[in-house]
Ligand binder design. Structure first.
Ligand SMILES: [Zn+2]
Length: 685
């Protein structure tokens, strides 16, 4: 979504949810109150679990929880996001009064939130609030001034031409290096500029309309606005021709091109990189990763072949498209109409307080997160989660040891990597220091830009320093978890260790099916088609015997084909290659969580095996899994998801996975020939 900021994060992060959890939230209450967590009343018992397990597990929930008007997707994890958000709101409302007794962090989060909520001040400032940024563009005397301007835009988070970041060197993970990567596109992916089906053509038409409207809202005549929209589209389309698509960018070798500043300069002589780098404090930087060299070449060609006036139009377009939340209502609404309504089918904007909570969390997450952790996360949760992680690691160890298709030498390396995985649970040991960030009451846009710059500086300061593996890539209240290949660690935010993923008072079977599979999913990411290319120390290095690599690929090809066959409403196919890593993680995660549960039950008294609500532990395990994925979505959102998101739609995350797993059929007494008993079942881990 457009309001999300360009953050200088490394790009390879393997999460578990369809989104980072923050983008699709709303306070819209569902009409029927089911329990917050696992609930046998959400089943649809008229459906045979062996024919369609997802609708068996979720049927009643799906009927009772239509997508609210201010969302495009609504699932069980949205309920959790709502609860987390209500907690954050409470903290923010308490700290937003200008009380002199506030701590420094309370002043920052409180004033940030209050400024964001202060619509009348934002309205009064109007589009003039962006004038200083636009004046920089208008003041360009020649193309020689571009590096200075681009340096500034990189720091304040304006997404034009390319992005700048910091990442661990993929082949020398102890080093932090600068990274230049493709950027500057307003549509969600390069393919959106070229697909020729009717819907894609319509989206481009709407995008042009949106650009024209925006130029008009910033004071241009309809005629000039229409012409400028065409120019912006032409430049973005030219950039898109050289951009890598999402499938290609999943391959870590395709986005690794380490070079020095001279080599970067040689790629694109029309842009003075040494001026750019020195402006952001990176003069003399020894190494950069240029993720997509062809893209940088294309930026060069465009700059060389476009008039300065056209470049200014493109830059204006990029600037006015960002920061809508802090601009007048008509701009904010126009941005929503395209990104929310046209692209995702969302009918209404979310209430402002939710968007301001998200923005505060995005910019000051570790200041806001401290209060969240105090209220929603305790030491006992950390302990029990850690116990489950250990059980899951044990199950994966058995799985690797017993694999029939892998040679001993590769197994040894795989186990070495598994044993070196570190676990982070809940929240950071050491909170981020925001003292250098100035938050000014009444200056919503300025707060956002200063936050971007604070974050950019924080990232750039890492270059040449030791890696800090205790750092978190998401904020504590985020409903998500991730595996991070360059650090070989798994991370579970406190925001996710809540119902329905984790329920303290429930039996192990349900918890192993829910949070247990999430843990297994993240562990398996270390060994999916992407993660397996990194070694125990987070280096991109092939540690596989050639025959094992071949056997692995045969197994993942099975998953690619299986998921390619799934279709969403409207007929669009899931992209088996784009979703491969997530699908492997889902399939492996379910298997090892199941094995861990069996191991745990074997060590307990027979009491633990007694059915609850008429369901065996095995059945409750699979239901625990199925139910976390109950999700309703608008057709536009599903289409957007299969085109851009590495996670398969929820229905296939459930049915695709259980139909590959023989233990599922046993648990529900399924017979050969039924849909949930796949003939060509796929298995990697
Ligand atoms: Zn994942």
């Amino acid at each position: 979504m457009q309001s999300s900021k360009l953050k200088m994060l490394s790009m390879i992060v393997a999460g578990v949810l369809i989104a980072s959890g923050k983008s699709a939230v709303s306070q819209q209450e569902s009409t029927v109150k089911l329990k917050d967590g696992f609930d046998v009343n959400t089943l649809d018992r008229t459906i045979d679990p062996c024919s369609d397990f997802y609708h068996y597990a979720c049927g009643a929930w799906l009927k009772q929880n239509p997508v609210p008007p201010d969302r495009s997707i609504y699932g069980r994890f949205s309920e959790l996001t709502d609860r987390n958000q209500a907690i954050l709101r409470d903290t923010l409302e308490k700290t937003s009064a200008p009380d002199p007794g506030r701590t420094a962090n309370e002043q920052k989060i409180g004033d940030y939130y209050a400024s964001c909520m202060d619509e009348s001040t934002i309205e009064k400032k109007g589009t003039a609030a962006l004038q200083p940024e636009l004046a920089r563009i208008n003041g360009l005397k020649g193309k020689d001034d571009l590096p200075t301007l681009m340096a500034h835009f990189s720091m304040v988070g304006m997404n034009a031409f390319f992005g700048l970041g910091v990442q661990q060197d993929a082949k020398d993970s102890a080093q932090q290096i600068a990274a230049v990567y493709q950027g500057g596109l307003g549509l969600p992916d390069r393919d959106f500029y070229f697909r020729d089906d009717a819907k894609s053509v319509e989206i481009r038409k709407q995008y042009l309309r949106h650009a024209k409207n925006m130029f008009e809202l910033f004071g241009e005549s309809p005629k000039a606005a229409a012409a400028h929209a065409q120019i912006a589209m032409r430049i973005e389309t030219a950039l898109a021709t050289a951009a890598l698509d999402r499938v290609a960018r999943r391959d870590p070798n395709k986005v690794y091109h380490k070079m020095d500043a001279q080599e970067l300069q040689a790629l694109s002589p029309a842009f003075n990189w040494s001026k750019f780098l020195s402006q952001i404090g990176l003069a003399g930087v020894p190494a950069l990763n240029v993720s997509e060299p062809e893209f940088v070449r294309q930026v060069q060609t465009l700059i060389a072949s476009s008039s300065l006036d056209d470049i200014k139009v493109y830059l204006r377009w990029r600037v006015i498209s960002t920061q809508a939340l802090f601009l007048p209502k008509n701009v904010d609404q126009e941005v929503f109409d395209f990104y929310g309504k046209v692209l995702a089918g969302q009918q209404e904007q979310q209430p402002r307080w939710k968007r301001c909570v998200n923005s505060t969390d995005n910019d000051l997450g570790e200041a806001l997160g401290q209060a969240y952790v105090e209220r929603a996360f305790g030491a006992e949760k950390k302990e029990r989660t850690l116990g489950m992680v250990k059980a899951l690691e044990g199950a994966l160890e058995h799985d690797i040891t017993d694999l029939p298709w892998m040679t001993e030498a590769t197994k040894e390396q795989a186990l070495r990597k598994l044993h070196k995985i570190t676990n982070k649970i809940g929240y950071p040991d050491k909170w981020r220091d925001y003292s250098a960030l100035q938050i000014v009451r009444g200056d919503a846009l300025g707060n956002s830009l200063r936050s971007n710059e604070f974050e950019a500086r924080r990232q750039l300061n890492k270059i040449g320093k030791p890696v800090d593996p205790s750092e978190w890539l998401y904020t504590p209240s985020t409903v998500n978890a991730y595996y991070y290949p360059p650090q070989n660690n798994i991370n579970f935010m406190a925001g996710m260790l809540q119902p329905p993923f984790y329920e303290q008072q429930l039996d192990d079977a349900v918890n192993f099916g829910a949070i247990g599979v999430v843990i297994g999913h993240e562990l398996t990411h270390g060994f999916d088609d992407q993660g397996r290319q990194y070694d125990a120390d987070g280096n991109l290095r092939d540690w596989w015997a050639p025959e094992d690599g071949k056997a692995f690929k045969e197994r993942t090809d099975c998953e690619v084909q299986e998921y390619n066959d799934f279709r969403v409403a409207g007929g669009e196919h899931v992209n088996g290659k784009l979703t491969l890593g997530e699908n492997t993680a889902d399939n492996g995660g379910l298997r090892i969580a199941y094995a861990a549960l069996m191991e745990s039950l074997a060590n307990e008294s027979p009491e633990a095996r007694k059915p609850i609500d008429g369901l065996t532990p095995e059945q409750r395990f699979f239901l625990g899994y199925g139910q976390i994925w109950c999700t309703n979505a608008r057709p536009e959102a599903l289409r957007l998801q299969v085109q851009t998101n590495p996670h398969s739609p929820s229905e296939f995350r459930v049915n695709g996975v259980v139909s590959n797993f023989e233990e599922f059929g046993k648990a529900f007494g399924c017979k050969a020939g039924q849909t949930m008993v796949r003939v060509n079942a796929c298995r990697v881990w």
